[in-house]
Design a protein around this ligand. Structure first.
Ligand code: MV4
Length: 448
């Protein structure tokens, strides 16, 4: 087992990792930018090293600065958290060259899944269902039009370097093809420096359901059930839950098996997530694989009663996983509390938190690095806390979430708490009747 883990991240996830390390008897090193001196991840780690200026490029994204912190603290492993360098294959490679264990998959796994066309080809070879579309990149408008004709409109153009919706265009008829093709290419080139585009049948009103998997260094891959992440706004998840209200026993079995196939095909090491689109007929299609721990891993932890960060660390240290798959024992929902103004297009609302009271009680979990008197810096993402509730049933879980949201007091800044209160009262949400377009039809206006 590791002696000392350096956490190459900030905020709630850095604190989340510190907590598990403490429980495992592993020493921790926090790194922080000058904007993050007062964050709880810095306070609770055994050691802390300032690695630079607030801008991510000068601190949390700077490989040389992080490796310097590893060297002076003598850490033997790095946990990258999510975001920043978590899916940077070059960083994982540098770690290996330094003899430092990167807690996550190999550089090869990261590269394979980071390029969407390569990921899709790998899934086809593994026998995982994928969305009908082009084989590989589109060569030109003419061949694109031909494929669109074959698979039938509407179609969607996607950037192979993409993710998060950038470089994505829906095309509803042949007349619109060329303009959308040009826009997708330009956006992809500007965002990723790679204008490779592929085409797929557009799935109408899908659900986003993802399967958590884990693979060890001995070839075992398991799944840990699903999360429904259909409640998103502009490709930012707002609410996640497990089990999915759309799930059936048969669908979970089929999706679980497909996710295991996906992981086994690449000999996956670490925890990862296989994302699927599920249509209204419960047909499911591989979309992407995330090779990191995700923000919403907590809902899985709550429903299967397992610490996923601990699993990551044990896998990285070479331990075997049991080989058994997991099904949800309870229901859990996570609401992301962001420093954003939901009345103002979710505009970021950084600043000083004048008062902060976190909900408590049975079945309520709050993961956060903030507190009363803390100033949210404007440089990073706006998530300041995750509120996770769990109960025996979805109905009880929603009631508990409503109670917990009512108890959650954050003053001095705007937050997404009122948005979540309204969502929890929505009839369609309560009935489990929603898809990825739900938020576009849910118009949030303030309570008062
Ligand atoms: C799709 C799709 C419909 N059909 N692909 C959005 C982000 C990117 N990772 C893939 N995305 C989508 N791909 C086909 N063939 C609809 C989306 C999509 C979406 C997916 C998951 C969660 C939210 C979404 C919101 C809009 C569009």
């Amino acid at each position: 087992m590791f002696n000392k883990i350096l956490i190459a991240n900030r905020g709630e996830i850095a604190l989340r990792i510190v907590r598990t390390c403490k429980e495992m008897g592993i020493k921790t090193v926090a790194v922080y930018s000058t904007a993050d001196r007062e964050s709880l991840h810095v306070r609770f780690a055994d050691e802390a090293v300032c690695i630079g200026a607030p801008a991510s490029a000068d601190s949390y994204l700077s490989i040389p600065r992080i490796m310097a912190a590893v060297e002076i603290t003598n850490a033997d492993a790095i946990h990258p958290g999510y975001g920043f360098l978590a899916e940077n294959a070059d960083f994982a490679e540098v770690c290996t060259e330094y003899g430092i264990k990167f807690i996550g998959p190999t550089p090869n796994h990261i590269r394979k899944m980071g390029d969407k066309i390569t990921a899709k080809e790998t899934m086809i070879a593994a026998g995982v269902p994928v969305i009908p579309g082009s084989e590989g990149l589109l060569k030109d408008v003419k061949s694109g039009l031909k494929i669109a004709e074959d698979i039938g409109y509407p179609v969607i153009l996607k950037a192979t370097a993409g993710g998060g919706g950038k470089g994505m265009r829906i095309v509803r008829e042949p007349d619109e093809f060329e303009d959308n093709w040009n826009m997708a290419r330009n956006e992809a080139r500007a965002s990723f420096g790679n204008d490779g585009i592929y085409i797929e049948k557009f799935i109408e009103e899908p659900r986003h359901i993802e399967i958590q998997i884990a693979g060890d260094q001995h070839g075992t891959v398991i799944h840990l059930s699903e999360r429904d992440c259909s409640i998103q706004r502009r490709h930012q998840k707002l609410v996640e839950e497990s089990p999915s209200p759309f799930m059936t026993k048969a669908l979970r079995k089929a999706m679980g098996e497909a996710a295991i196939k996906a992981g086994a095909a690449i000999n996956y090491e670490g925890v990862g997530t296989v994302e699927f689109l599920v249509d209204k007929y419960r047909k499911f299609y591989f979309m992407e694989m995330n090779t990191r721990i995700q923000v919403e891993h907590t809902v899985t932890e709550e429903v299967i009663d397992h610490d996923l960060i601990k699993e990551q660390i044990k896998i990285a240290a070479g331990e075997k996983i049991s080989g058994k798959n997991y099904i949800p024992l309870l229901h859990a929902i996570e609401c992301r509390i962001n420093a954003e103004d939901p009345n103002n297009n979710f505009r970021p609302s950084p600043g000083k938190i004048s008062s902060f009271h976190s909900p408590k009680g049975h079945g309520v979990r709050v993961d956060t690095h903030v507190y009363a008197g803390y100033t949210i810096p404007p440089y990073y993402d706006s998530m300041i806390a995750k509120l996770i509730c769990r109960a025996q049933t979805r109905e009880e879980c929603i009631k508990k979430m409503q109670r917990a949201l009512d108890e959650f007091i954050v003053e001095g800044i705007k937050t997404t708490i009122p948005f979540h209160k309204k969502l929890m009262r929505n009839e369609d949400f309560r009935a489990g009747n929603f898809h990825t377009g739900f938020i576009n039809t849910f118009d949030y206006v303030d309570e008062k």
